[in-house]
Design a protein around this ligand. Structure first.
Ligand code: CO
Length: 198
């Protein structure tokens, strides 16, 4: 592992390189952010939001948690969504899960993991709603990957049902929701075809 001072060195080099390429990069960004997209993804270190979709600082508003879950009582997530929709006026909200998700695996395996099990109960609810389909997969990794997909679909639905999104659609604000899944083994994103707009 790198010592933490290396990270600060890396930061100085990164900032210097940015200014070298574009002298006004930081002064422009500091003036305002104007992202067109909100990303709701997993906290997994292997799924760095901006990087995998080729977006720069200022171009993607991001919320990440374990297993990319959107819960109607999660003030943190809802605050991000409200700011993104009402203030930043993002035009797209993307829920992006990923195959091989440890949170999904933990929700499926039926053993105790401590505090996180309370959070993963939301994924277990998705599992229980699709039990028959999930059991049709003999391979446990296939089952995890299918639940990762189903979980994304469910979270897109949850976002659609929020007062934030319903109100935006009622006032004819341009806003589209999308469900995507990312492959850790090939770096590719697949659109799950559940996009929804007003
Ligand atoms: Co994950």
């Amino acid at each position: 592992m790198e010592p933490v001072t290396t990270l600060l060195d890396n930061n100085r080099k990164w900032a210097a390189q940015r200014v070298k390429n574009d002298p006004h990069f930081f002064t422009r960004l500091a003036g305002q952010q104007d992202p067109a997209y909100l990303w709701v993804g997993c906290s997994d270190s292997r799924v760095p939001a901006n990087e995998i979709v080729g977006l720069d600082p200022g171009e993607l508003f991001v919320h990440r948690n374990v297993a990319n879950v959107v819960v109607h009582t999660d003030v943190n997530c809802l605050s991000v969504l409200q700011y993104a929709v009402d203030v930043l006026k993002v035009q797209h909200v993307i829920v992006c899960g990923h195959y091989g998700c440890g949170g999904i695996r933990a929700a499926l395996d039926g053993t105790a993991h401590g505090l996180i099990d309370n959070w993963l109960q939301h994924v277990q609810d998705v599992k229980e709603a699709h039990q028959a389909e999930l059991l049709s997969f003999a391979d446990v990794d296939d089952r995890i990957n299918r639940l990762a997909e189903l979980n994304v679909v469910e979270q897109v639905r949850n976002i659609a049902r929020t007062t934030i999104v319903q109100d935006a659609w009622r006032r004819d604000q341009k806003l589209k929701l999308h469900g995507w899944i990312y492959g850790l083994t090939d770096g590719l994103i697949h659109d799950l075809g559940v996009s929804v707009s007003a």
